[in-house]
Design a protein around this ligand. Structure first.
Ligand code: 5GP
Length: 190
């Protein structure tokens, strides 16, 4: 589907193009590869479902420059109070293996309030990882205010609700290869 068709399907404007995402992914992976040049291996932990696209692309680039990579996924549900996440998290799918002594890199699509991430970092530390750092493709303004240590950040975005490249509105738009903002009318469609 062309970008023009996506537009007619409810996208108001593009925030990050495919090309920008590709270049930034390459840049972030090179930084990580340099920082972990001496590591034996690196365990990437992604949170389903939003991080899937970025995790897949990031892992492929990192594989070319960095140490051997293993992939793990978790699924969590945040209890929402009003429209913001409360920071209270329930694990729907846990890690499949022990991470004690491992260098762990959390792969995030977007950090907004940072509450989910801050819970996740505490949780990974209780599992005795040797190190835990975070790569986030996107960051919202609110995330800058909270004390969540995101070592590698791709893009600082304005405070719009965005979709695409893994991010959804009611489970739609995840497959778009770019990130965009919805038309107001798209929120009303069933
Ligand atoms: P936080 O705990 O940082 O507030 O929530 C982060 C999660 O909320 C992200 O992993 C993502 O799933 C969701 N999220 C935050 N901002 C957006 C956004 O602009 N669009 C979409 N589709 N999801 C978002």
């Amino acid at each position: 589907m062309s970008d023009a068709t996506w537009h007619s399907a409810g996208i108001d404007r593009v925030i990050l193009t495919e090309e920008q995402i590709r270049e930034k992914t390459e840049e972030l992976a090179k930084l990580v590869a340099a920082d972990y040049a001496d590591a034996e291996s690196l365990l990437l932990v992604g949170v389903l479902k939003g991080a899937v696209m970025f995790m897949a692309d990031f892992a492929r680039v990192l594989g070319r420059y960095g140490p051997p990579v293993e992939l793990e996924f978790m699924a969590v549900s945040s209890y929402v109070q009003g429209t913001t996440s409360s920071g209270v998290v329930r694990i729907l799918k846990d890690l499949d293996r022990e991470i004690a002594g491992r260098d762990v890199l959390v792969i995030e699509d977007i950090v907004d309030s940072g509450l989910t991430l801050s819970w996740l970092l505490k949780y990974l530390k209780t599992r005795s990882a040797a190190s835990v750092d975070v790569v986030a493709l996107m960051r919202k303004p609110a995330a800058i205010k909270v004390q969540v240590p995101v070592k590698y950040v791709g893009f600082d975005l304005p405070n719009d609700f965005v979709v695409g490249y893994g991010l959804d509105y009611r489970e739609r738009y995840r497959e778009m290869p770019f990130v965009g903002v919805l038309k107001p009318s798209a929120y009303n469609t069933p």
